[in-house]
Design a protein around this ligand. Structure first.
Ligand SMILES: O=C(O)CCCC[C@@H]1SC[C@@H]2NC(=O)N[C@@H]21
Length: 181
């Protein structure tokens, strides 16, 4: 119990730390950021419940005003901005990633993690992100969709990285991959 709580805190911190990596703010107001890799790893390593909790902890700290998002942003204002759907979607995407990871125990860890990260961390996250973007900027789906084409190549690379990192962790520290415990 204590160990899994510590891992939840560590993965929330990892997601925050990935916000310190160089990011690229595009004209859309949505940055290209490594933080979605953190969300993917929350799910692939910790599984649905604990992964969702780690991402929720990260979002709660942002809501409380900690400047943990790419470029040092934080506070309730984020939830009125163009990235609002992504931020709200982080815990759901981590949960979905972990859920898929838990349902694919028949696959090698790395393959399962890559697939889970692509579905949870891209398909599910974008569904929330694009919906939020459309709501905040009052745009239609056909206007919003082309905006996000630019983010997909990077996110596919992140899904592959999530697969490789999770497989590496499973080899080096099998007990820390709670999604396979
Ligand atoms: O910093 C924020 O306010 C949240 C940023 C969300 C960015 C999304 S996550 C999925 C997609 N991939 C990226 O690199 N950026 C967007």
């Amino acid at each position: 119990m204590e160990r899994s709580l510590a891992l939840v805190a560590i993965f929330a911190a990892l997601t925050a730390a990935l916000g310190l990596m160089p990011n690229l703010m595009l004209a859309s107001g949505v940055p290209i950021t490594a933080q979605s890799l953190g969300v993917m790893l929350c799910g692939t390593v910790l599984g649905a419940k604990r992964g969702g909790l780690a991402a929720l902890l990260f979002v709660a700290l942002v809501a409380l005003g900690l400047p943990l998002l790419a470029g040092g942003r934080g506070g309730l204002g984020v939830f009125a901005g163009p990235t609002m759907g992504f931020v709200v979607g982080f815990p759901i995407a981590a949960f979905a990633t972990g859920f898929i990871m838990e349902q694919t125990r028949n696959l090698p860890v790395g393959v399962a993690a890559g697939i889970a990260a692509a579905i949870g961390g891209i398909v599910v996250l974008y569904a929330f992100g694009i919906a939020g973007f459309m709501m905040v900027l009052n745009k239609g789906l056909m206007e919003a969709l082309p905006v996000f084409v630019w983010y997909i190549p990077g996110d596919l690379i992140k899904a592959v990285l999530a697969g490789l990192i999770t497989a590496g962790l499973a080899r080096a520290r099998p007990a820390s991959v709670l999604s396979r415990a």
